[in-house]
Design a protein around this ligand. Structure first.
Ligand code: HEM
Length: 518
């Protein structure tokens, strides 16, 4: 050792620097020299560094990075994220191949450390691997809570929540107070879900507990969304280098305490007998507590506390921020374009008039407004890369090899901005959807804000309605005065979902006679 040191110190500085630079260069070029693909017969893609893969070149705006890489490598490309292989899908044709034709191969999700903490070791609906447990959980939600009938019966609760919001905004207009669109609509969604879960309106935005839920949901979405070195480079798992596990454990504990309390309260209430809600139905807690199965092939004979907590936290995490962020983006896009705003308001006035609030049943008669909402979903899909899927087994896609458990990113955000799919893709133009059959419900692969197939959004019937109903109500009931800098700044704040970084706050001014608000 000392000989080497002596030898090195005898070299002139230039030679030493050159030696170090050459070694670094060789290290960087090594992967390019020894292989031209991320793995044998991988789809084309950028080659990264040994061990780290392409991670050092990715920013905290993964959806944007992947969109730009697709310009170079095409609609199906591969990359190594640390030691983990990933493929990225950026065209409707390949999305169809993966999410429809090869659906059974790609119906599970990538499980990370953060997911294990927050989703009870990936046993809750959103993350449980595709199989009998997933099928049972999903069936209970679609038949008991999100069936067409159940959604219809929840209509009075939606009306009550939205009218409550309009009334709060009316008071704010009188005192010329600023209101926050995303915060307010978040509480509408959270309270709707609490009605679905336990027939109670639990959250008061003016109280600490209500605000805590919003912050907690966002922090969880952030930690689930960001690439974590502990997942991608296995020997780092022990060290939790970004502190993700420590953070998520704390958040998960808070959410767990909240769900524990809901269950305890309900068990106490059930001592006095089982109560139907005002629609003559059982809410989610009672449905799960009542569930019994003696069928041999049912993995769940009854729901444990952990099973119930998993379902409750799924609802609050998946169903709140997604809807409220979409409404915030919708208000922003529409209010930035006075001519579009005018068309929407004139349609609303024609159909609804000015002597009452809008009803959900009015939405079907508002084709221009519906087209505008599709445009919001195109440019601002709530979950830009879907909730990442994974390959259950090694398989072939478009003639390329995809290894077992490769992560699959379907870049629906990128597809919404693809000039091969949309003319003037960055322009907010509801007209493009007028007279077009394209819809957001999972049949049209160029527009998949709720995903598609068996792992598509189970809450779509609720989310879709709430976005339309809340947004139309806000536009119809008030004129809006948003500061121009807030309206013009479209920077995104990134988690597994996308929020508007500069929050939309403004002062509402009533458009309808005072009597309507009372
Ligand atoms: C605008 C509102 C919403 C958007 C944009 C949205 C979007 C999504 C997306 C993209 C997925 C993944 C789909 C895939 O992998 O193909 C998803 C899954 C899911 N969403 Fe939503 N969502 C919304 C509202 C809701 C609501 C209101 C709830 C419940 C109350 C909900 C519950 C879920 C659940 C449980 C899953 C996982 C389903 C499974 O894995 O089987 N979502 N959502």
């Amino acid at each position: 050792m000392s000989t080497i040191t002596t030898y090195l110190s005898s070299l002139p500085l230039f030679t030493t620097t050159l030696a170090i630079a050459t070694s670094i260069l060789a290290f960087l070029l090594l992967p390019v020299i020894i292989r031209r693909r991320n793995w044998c017969n991988s789809p084309p893609g950028p080659i990264g560094l040994p061990i780290l893969g392409y991670l050092p070149y990715l920013s905290d705006r993964l959806h944007e990075d992947l969109f730009h890489l697709a310009q170079t490598y095409g609609p199906l490309f591969s990359l190594q994220m640390g030691q983990k292989p990933a493929i990225v899908v950026s065209s409707p044709e390949i999305a169809r191949e993966i999410l429809k034709q090869k659906e059974s191969m790609f119906s599970s999700r990538t499980i990370t450390e953060a997911v294990r903490c927050v989703a009870y070791n990936a046993t809750s609906l959103v993350f449980v691997p595709y199989g009998t447990r997933w099928r049972l959980l999903r069936k209970m939600l679609t038949t008991e809570l999100f069936s067409t009938r159940a959604i219809e019966l929840l209509q009075p609760a939606r009306k009550q929540q939205v009218h409550g919001l309009l009334s709060t905004f009316y008071s704010a207009s009188k005192s010329e107070t600023f209101v926050n669109i995303a915060d307010s609509t978040f509480f509408v969604s959270a309270n709707l879900i609490s009605n679905l879960v336990c027939s109670k309106t639990l959250f008061d935005p003016t109280k600490k507990k209500g605000r805590e839920l919003k912050e907690m949901v966002w922090e969880i979405l952030e930690d689930i969304g960001a690439p974590n070195l502990a997942d991608l480079i296995p020997f780092l798992k022990l060290f939790d280098p970004q502190g993700v596990k420590r953070r998520v454990q704390k958040l998960a504990k808070k959410l767990d305490d909240f769900c524990e309390k809901l269950i305890d309260q309900r068990l106490e209430e059930r001592k006095e007998g089982l109560k139907m809600n005002e629609n003559g139905r059982l809410d989610m807690l009672d449905v799960f507590l009542n569930y019994r199965s003696d069928r041999k092939d049912d993995e769940l004979k009854q729901f444990s506390r952990v099973d119930i907590k998993g379902m409750l936290s799924d609802m609050f995490i998946a169903g709140t921020d997604t809807s409220s962020s979409t409404v915030e983006w919708g208000m922003t896009e529409i209010l930035r374009k006075p001519e579009i705003y005018k068309k929407i308001v004139s349609e609303l006035d024609q159909v609804v008039g000015k002597n009452r609030f809008i009803e959900e049943t009015d939405i079907a008669k508002l084709p221009y407004f519906q087209a505008a909402v599709k445009e919001v979903f195109r440019l601002h899909p709530g979950v830009p890369l879907l909730i990442p899927r994974r390959a259950n087994e090694a398989c072939e896609v478009c003639g390329y090899y995809v290894p077992k458990h490769a992560t699959v990113f379907v870049n629906i955000w990128g597809m919404g901005r693809d000039s091969k799919l949309w003319s003037e893709p960055y322009e907010f133009k509801p007209e493009r959807f007028l007279g077009s059959e394209i819809d957001v419900k999972g049949q049209d692969f160029e527009l998949l804000p709720f995903g598609t197939g068996r792992r598509s959004c189970v809450g779509m019937p609720l989310g879709h309605r709430m976005v339309h109903y809340s947004l139309a109500s806000l536009l119809h009931a008030f004129e809006w005065n948003f500061p121009a800098d807030i309206l013009e700044d479209m920077t995104e704040k990134v988690a597994i979902t996308l929020q508007k970084a500069k929050v939309l706050v403004g002062i509402p001014k009533p458009r309808l006679p005072d009597s309507v608000y009372q």
